[in-house]
Design a binder for this molecule. Structure first.
Ligand code: G4P
Length: 528
């Protein structure tokens, strides 16, 4: 197959949702359709079960599972699909944000009864910022939930999306009869009352056809006709360009658990979802079809075996082909590296591959060379953009609890930060180290891993910080900036890249500071 055809047949995407909306179930059903797994239940959920937040065994188990399910690749109708798994647990949200830098589109799963939840809002915001094409899947239609139109309104308002339904439910919960597919103009009906099987797919090119009454009864047929008329009156017509530019979001309804509406979703997905997209680097826009290889690290996974500190760096291939045993330039280190055993991922297995194409993910064994955001090329100096750090939510001083092991402690902290477990800030005033995390769970993970992988001990001390704001002065030589640095010295720190950060102790203090120093911009992400 030609290089271009290999690119054109790849779809790399992520499924995101608030925990429990059905992401794992949907992933599993997609894999079943692709023949990548044979039975339901084969995909272990990459999530920490509720109530297990302080259980270290659980953390270790989670790390193991998330390597196995980091990338789930399979073929469907000649299309190579790469699903990038994202942890649902909010304490690992930053991991999810970074994974979103490597996807070309996403499917957002929403629970029909719960509607748009907090985690969904955050994740969709990140996708929208990057114009990532989004398909919405409203799940659990076999249960009573919100009215379809109310939900569509909620999705538009809370998520700021412009939706257009491509399928529509016939009834819901107890009365759920099936799905009308606006995309292919047919109806899938459940068999019997069990709601477990699809009995029939019936072509309905004209909803006024009396065949519809025979299929679902007079009253349901009338309701469906009215609803579809309303859908067509209110929502814009689907248009693939608008969707791919991130300006229009098709919506599907179904029940992942019962396999309902999933095939409609998948069949449409492979037709409309974008193939690997060009990616911006600081230097230029890189097109997947360029023949020279380039790629970037979006995730680093530490080895499960604490005795061997090697790690797996996940690279998204942006352009050209990645070949085994070929030297590539590690741009940040300006040195050539070659990889004898790059891993590709197939559903739950991984295997060594000789060649990979744009859109693919390869896992490279790493002994500490990589950090998140690093670029590999055939020689060109490229630095891919779009892997910012977000302001952490929690901040604590980290102290060395075993003075004999300070070297180990610093090495451990350094490597864990490169992996993206948390962020490190060094206070300007006294050089004290502050660890910022998305969730409190990370502090336990860091303490545990420092001890077990690096033989170092740490303790924490509370620090009252509301947000870390990256500081961008209009003129670094201005009076105003000097005054800001003098007055706020106690609250200033450097991140790991040496960028200046203001650790605001309250929302109010951040606002006041912004007003007082109008020529300085304060950003809640490290890339601006
Ligand atoms: P997540 O990855 O988004 O966190 O969600 P997951 O797929 O694990 O699903 C969360 C719960 O919702 C699971 O039940 C799952 O069986 C259920 N579920 C998923 N899709 C549907 C659906 O279409 N209809 C209904 N009624 N339920 C659905 P659980 O009891 O928490 O877990 P389990 O013991 O079944 O694994």
């Amino acid at each position: 197959m030609s290089f271009n055809s290999e690119i054109q047949r790849r779809r790399t995407f992520g499924i995101v949702s608030h925990p429990d909306a059905g992401k794992t179930t949907l992933t599993e059903k997609l894999l079943l359709f692709g023949g990548a797994i044979q039975e339901a239940g084969a995909v272990k959920s990459n999530k920490i079960k509720k109530g297990a937040t302080s259980d270290f065994m659980e953390i270790e188990r989670q790390r193991g599972i998330s390597v196995a399910t980091s990338v789930l690749a399979f073929e469907y109708n000649g299309i190579k699909i790469n699903i990038l798994d994202t942890p649902g647990h909010k304490d690992f949200a930053e991991d999810t944000f970074r994974t979103l830098t490597a996807v070309d589109s996403v499917i957002v799963v929403i629970d029909v009864a719960k509607g748009v939840e907090e985690q969904t809002e955050k994740l969709v915001k990140v996708c929208s910022m990057r114009n990532i094409p989004i398909i919405v899947f409203i799940n659990k239609l076999d249960r009573e939930g919100k009215d379809a139109f109310d939900l569509l309104d909620e999705v538009e308002q809370k998520l700021g999306l412009k939706v257009t339904p491509l399928s529509f439910p016939i009834g819901m919960g107890y009365d759920f009869k099936g799905i009308y597919n606006l995309w292919e103009k047919n109806i899938n009906l459940f068999a019997g009352d069990s709601k477990k099987n699809i009995s029939d797919t019936v072509e309905i090119s004209n909803l006024n056809d009396s065949k519809l009454n025979g299929l679902i009864g007079d009253s349901a047929a009338e309701t469906l006709r009215d609803e579809i008329e309303l859908v067509q009156g209110i929502y814009p017509k689907f248009n693939i360009e608008n969707y791919q530019e991130g300006n229009l979001q098709p919506v599907f309804f179904g029940s992942a658990l019962n396999n309902f509406g999933v095939k409609e979703l998948l069949d449409c997905f492979i037709k409309i979802a974008p193939m690997p997209r060009p990616k911006a680097s600081e230097e230029r826009l890189v097109n997947p079809k360029e023949d020279k290889f380039s790629g970037f690290v979006f995730k680093i996974h530490a080895n499960m075996d604490p005795k061997h500190r090697d790690r797996l760096a996940f690279i998204k291939i942006v352009s050209g082909t990645f070949k085994r045993n070929t030297p590539y330039l590690h741009v940040r280190h300006n040195k050539k590296l070659k990889f004898s055993s790059p891993n590709a991922f197939f559903a739950e297995k991984k295997a060594i591959v000789d060649i990979s194409y744009p859109g693919d993910i390869v896992g490279l064994h790493d002994t500490g060379n990589f950090k998140i955001g690093d670029t590999l090329t055939e020689g060109e100096i490229l630095n891919f953009k779009g892997i910012p750090s977000f302001s952490p939510e929690h901040f604590r001083y980290i102290n060395n609890a075993d003075p004999m092991k300070s070297k180990q402690l610093f090495k451990g902290i350094d490597q864990l930060m490169d992996e993206g477990v948390a962020q490190l800030f060094t206070l300007d005033l006294n050089g004290r180290k502050v660890i910022g995390t998305v969730g409190a769970l990370q502090y336990e993970v860091i303490q545990y891993r420092l001890e077990h992988e690096y033989g170092a001990k740490c303790s924490y001390e509370n620090l009252n910080v509301h947000k870390a704001a990256w500081v961008e002065p209009k003129d670094p030589k201005s009076e105003e900036f000097s005054e800001f640095k003098r007055v706020k010295q106690r609250f200033l720190a450097k991140d790991k890249q040496g960028q200046l950060v203001f650790l605001a102790d309250s929302k109010f203090s951040l606002q006041i500071t912004e007003q007082k120093y109008p020529s300085i911009k304060f950003h809640l992400t490290s890339e601006f």
